[in-house]
Design a protein around this ligand. Structure first.
Ligand SMILES: [Zn+2]
Length: 283
C-alpha cells in the first residue's frame, strides 16, 4: 500500500488506485495524489492534479492498465495543484463530466474550473452498490470537500488533512475557525484510513485528527502568549515568535496561517486589530 513513486499506479483499496503527480515541492510534499475510483461507467478521477501533460499521460496509462475508461472528474477543491489537469484531460476525453465545488474568487484558484454538477455536503455519488459521500470541510479553503467511501471507511481528505505536515490556511477563503469545526465534524464519522491529497495513506484517522486539533490549539495558545508579550503588533511582527519552531524560509507562508489564527481570535472576541492591522488581546 505504501510507496509514493511518480507515475506508478498503486492499488490502495478495493476499486481504488493512487497515482502521484510530478509536482513535488515545498507546498506539495511528494506531489499531488490523483485517485482513480471504479464506478459503473468507468473511472472517477479524483483530483486530477496540475496542468501537466506528462501526468495526463500517466492517468491515461493507469486507466488502460486498470482496464476501465475515464468517466468523470471529481475535485476536493480548486487550488492549482489539484484541479487544472481537468482541462487537459477533457481535450483528450471529450465530454468528461466535472463534479465538485464552485471556485471562490480569491486569486489562488484554478480559473478554468467549471463544474457540470456542483457537489455539496451530504451529496452521494453512487458507485454501483457503494456510496461515496460528500462531506463539506471548509477551512483550508472555503470550498473544500472530503469524500467518504463508506463501505471501507476511506476518506479522501484532499488538503484538509495531509500526511506529515500541517496545511496552510490562507484568509479570506481559508478560515481557522471553519477548519477546526470541519475537523471536529469528522470526529463523528467512521473512518479507517485517510487518502490525503499529499503523502501516503494515514492509519488511525481519529488519532491523526485529534493530534491535528491539538496542534492548532497549541499554536493558538502561542499566538495569545505572543500578543501578551508584544501587543499592537502586525502578523509579520509576530511570526518569528509564534513560529520559532519553523524554519525562517517558511515564515512567509506561516504568516498566512498566523493571520487565520488572529482572525479566529477576533471572531471569538479574544483579539482585535486597529486600522494599521496591529493586533492586541481584547480587554
Ligand atoms: Zn489546497
Amino acid at each position: 500500500m505504501s510507496g509514493l513513486i511518480p507515475g506508478q499506479v498503486t492499488a490502495i483499496a478495493d476499486g481504488v488506485w493512487r497515482l502521484l503527480a510530478l509536482n513535488p515541492g515545498m507546498m506539495t510534499g511528494p506531489g499531488t495524489n490523483t485517485y482513480l475510483i471504479a464506478a459503473d461507467q468507468g473511472l472517477l478521477v479524483l483530483d486530477p492534479g496540475p496542468a501537466d501533460s506528462h501526468h495526463i499521460d500517466n492517468i491515461e496509462a493507469a486507466a488502460a492498465e486498470i482496464g476501465l475508461p475515464l468517466s468523470a472528474v471529481l475535485v476536493t477543491h480548486t487550488h492549482r495543484d489539484h484541479s487544472p489537469a481537468t482541462t487537459l484531460l477533457r481535450e483528450r476525453v471529450p465530454g468528461l463530466r466535472r463534479l465538485g465545488p464552485v471556485a471562490p474568487d480569491d486569486g489562488l484558484q484554478d480559473d478554468d474550473w467549471q463544474p457540470d454538477q456542483v457537489l455539496g455536503d451530504g451529496d452521494v455519488i453512487a458507485l454501483g452498490e457503494r456510496r461515496l459521500r460528500v462531506i463539506a470541510t471548509p477551512g483550508h479553503v472555503g470550498n473544500h470537500l472530503c469524500f467518504l467511501l463508506e463501505d471501507v471507511g476511506l476518506l479522501f481528505s484532499g488538503d484538509h488533512l495531509i500526511q506529515g505536515s500541517t496545511v496552510v490556511i490562507a484568509p479570506p477563503s481559508g478560515s481557522m475557525k471553519d477548519y477546526l469545526e470541519s475537523l471536529r465534524r469528522l470526529q463523528h464519522e467512521t473512518l479507517h484510513h485517510l487518502a490525503p491529497g499529499h503523502g501516503d495513506l494515514i492509519e488511525d484517522p481519529q488519532g491523526y485528527i485529534e493530534h491535528t486539533i491539538g496542534h492548532r490549539l497549541r499554536r493558538e495558545d502561542k499566538v495569545v502568549r505572543a500578543l501578551t508579550q508584544h501587543p499592537d503588533s502586525t502578523a509579520s511582527d509576530l511570526v518569528s515568535t509564534v513560529y520559532d519552531d519553523v524554519p525562517v524560509f517558511l515564515h512567509g507562508v506561516a504568516t498566512l496561517s498566523l493571520m487565520a489564527h488572529l482572525i479566529k481570535l477576533e471572531q471569538d472576541g479574544r483579539a482585535h486589530r486597529d486600522a494599521g492591522e496591529r493586533w492586541a488581546l481584547q480587554g
